[in-house]
Design a protein around this ligand. Structure first.
Ligand SMILES: [Fe+2]
Length: 265
């Protein structure tokens, strides 16, 4: 059983590459379950629309996670109430619509997907370590689900790595998102959980984290600029593929995945 996680889809470039390539990648690698972070998938790179959500599902995605930009498109609050395959961070206040955790059935397996958001340099949310500890008290690998995938949407590497260790032996995969840059540290932690600090984005890397590079540079240099907008060159798809052990729910193998665009040159 293989699970594929793809990092933050950025704008048209990321969506187009998913549409064009995902089904072939899934077939070629014998993948059974696909999770993507879609919080930058809208044309302007902010949030996700209903149309894009449906397009991603049609392209072979099973679950979409999000993060700090989840509410940037007005329609998402309504959409997330009825679309259980679209998650928002679990440690957002319960007054927000939607869920941060769901269990999905694929063949004979139950797969839990948990979406978390970091506290450091991020929008205010509940303490992610407290939220995770409560989650782990309530849910157990191989009792409540066969596999557990955790998307930790956060800015800093130390917080991500700490969450990785908190879930070690209790999740199949802990993977970071949000920085839009893949880290070269895919590995299986000491108790069997696959881990990578950041999956990287699915977007145009000839950019500044997916945004138009000239405009972004001008903004940093306080020259004439407009609001950030996505760069629309060919995307690199970035993520991880985990081979899961169905007996214990942990990882047998984890591989970093990069396909197409600037990062494949
Ligand atoms: Fe983000």
């Amino acid at each position: 059983m293989k699970i594929f996680f793809l990092g933050d889809i950025v704008g048209k470039s990321g969506c187009l590459s998913i549409k064009k390539n995902l089904k072939n990648i899934v077939k070629k690698n014998d993948i059974s379950f696909v999770v993507v972070n879609g919080e930058n998938a809208a044309d302007n790179g902010l949030g996700i629309t209903e149309k894009i959500t449906n397009d991603l599902f049609e392209s072979g995605v099973q679950v979409i996670t999000t993060g700090n930009h989840v509410w940037d498109q007005k329609e998402t609050a309504k959409l997330i109430e009825n679309e259980k395959r679209l998650l928002r961070p679990n440690n957002l206040s319960s007054s927000y619509p939607g869920n941060g955790f769901e269990i999905f059935k694929i063949n004979e397996f139950k797969i839990g997907v948990l979406n978390l958001m970091g506290n450091v340099f991020m929008k205010k949310s509940e303490d992610v370590f407290e939220n995770s500890t409560n989650f782990l008290k309530k849910y157990k690998l191989k009792q409540d689900f066969d596999f557990l995938i955790v998307d930790f949407h956060g800015e800093i590497t130390s917080e991500k790595m700490a969450i990785g260790h908190l879930f070690d032996g209790k999740a199949t995969l802990v993977v970071g998102t949000h920085t839009h840059v893949p880290t070269n540290d895919a590995r299986i932690l000491s108790n069997g959980t696959a881990y990578q600090t950041d999956a990287g984005m699915c977007g145009d890397y000839n950019s500044v984290i997916g945004m138009d590079k000239s405009n972004s540079l001008n903004r940093f240099m306080k020259k004439n600029s407009v609001k950030h907008f996505p760069s629309n060159g060919e995307a690199s798809l970035c993520g991880v593929i985990v081979t899961c052990n169905s007996k214990n729910g942990l990882a047998e193998k984890v591989e970093s995945f990069i396909y197409g665009g600037e990062l494949s040159k």
